[in-house]
Write a protein that binds this ligand. Structure first.
Ligand code: COA
Ligand code: MG
Length: 295
């Protein structure tokens, strides 16, 4: 199942948990980290576990959990509390590199074995750009094994980590450090062969701005985007679902090459097409097939 939209839901917010389940988000991220106050964490762990246990049918919507960073004393207790509910995956904040995926994988190996779950069932998505050091180490994710399902990036914690007072320029666009983080995350995910997922758009009352940012992310190569409010989900799903016109064009490109066996370059409607165009068309059709939009 593709992960076009992943909606953050604070793990201790009953109404939001219920509302999230009725949202068309491809996945929820039940949060135990930044959206939960420390003193509420024990309550949130119990609520997330109960929510997971109450919603075992995941074919229409996966349920992921964001735990606390592995460098804190909280992470193991988070995992011990939620893994019995069999989350589809764990979102790992603030890792410094791929070795943290390996370490989390070992914890999950042990917990899965103790619960009789299939080994490797629980996948991992890191928020891979939340520390300064992490920016230099994004090439370490290629070798961290099959639990890695995707990679996303964060601009809020990175600003705090860098000592930046804001992540935007005066013109309102991401400043250089954050654009770099976005691009490195994209390249790292592609290198690792996993889904590149764009970060949150925090202005949840600006659907037009969100649509622009989501379309830009898709043009860049991202295959999905994180959400923080249910109203953002349809906008994101729409931006990451190939349109009928895009699919028709991709089919024409594939057909043009099929009709010219051995050709490295063909013409279609007065435009030159070569191998990168064929690859893009094939990739679009593969995404569409995954989403059940093409055969
Ligand atoms: N997931 C599920 N439901 C949500 C939601 C979310 N992330 N955000 C809002 N809702 C629900 C509200 O509970 C409300 O439902 P109700 O009408 O049944 O009470 C409805 O959607 C409308 O909410 P609204 O009033 O527009 O927003 P708000 O002011 O209540 O909440 C935020 C705004 C930002 C606090 C909220 O969207 C939120 O908690 N987002 C997630 C934050 C998070 O997890 N951050 C960590 C990752 S960056
Ligand atoms: Mg954060």
């Amino acid at each position: 199942m593709p992960l076009r939209s992943m909606l953050f839901v604070p793990g201790d917010a009953e109404r939001k948990l219920a509302k999230g389940r009725s949202s068309p988000a491809d996945a929820l991220i039940l949060d135990l980290e930044d959206a939960v106050a420390q003193e509420r964490l024990p309550t949130a762990r119990g609520m997330v576990r109960e929510f997971l246990l109450a919603h075992r049918e995941r074919s229409a919507q996966q349920l992921w959990v964001r735990i606390n960073p592995l460098g804190t004393a909280l992470a193991l207790a988070d995992l011990a509390a939620v893994v019995p509910g069999v989350p589809d995956g764990i979102v790992l904040p603030k890792p410094d590199g791929g070795e943290e995926i390996v370490r989390l994988g070992h914890y999950l190996d042990a917990l899965e074995a103790s619960l009789g779950l299939p080994s490797g069932h629980i996948r991992i998505v890191p928020v891979a750009t939340e520390t300064a050091r992490a920016l230099f180490r994004l090439d370490t994710y290629g070798a961290c094994g099959p639990r890695l399902a995707g990679m996303t990036w964060g601009a809020e914690d990175l600003a705090a980590a860098l000592g930046a007072s804001t992540n935007r320029t005066e013109a309102g666009v991401y400043d250089d450090a954050f654009r770099l983080a976005r691009t490195l995350c994209l390249a790292a995910a592609v290198t690792a062969g996993v889904e590149p997922l764009d970060t949150v758009f925090t202005d949840f009352r600006d659907p037009a701005g969100l649509a622009r940012e989501a379309r830009a992310a898709r043009r860049s190569g991202f295959t999905g985007k994180l959400a923080i409010h249910p109203d953002q989900v349809p906008v994101i799903n729409d931006a990451f679902t190939p349109s009928a016109a895009e699919l028709a064009h991709a089919e024409q490109v594939v057909a043009a090459f099929a009709a010219a066996p051995g050709a490295g370059v063909v013409g279609l409607a007065g435009k030159m097409l070569d191998m990168p165009h064929l690859k893009q068309a094939q990739r679009l059709l593969a995404i569409a097939r995954q989403a059940g939009l093409a055969t």
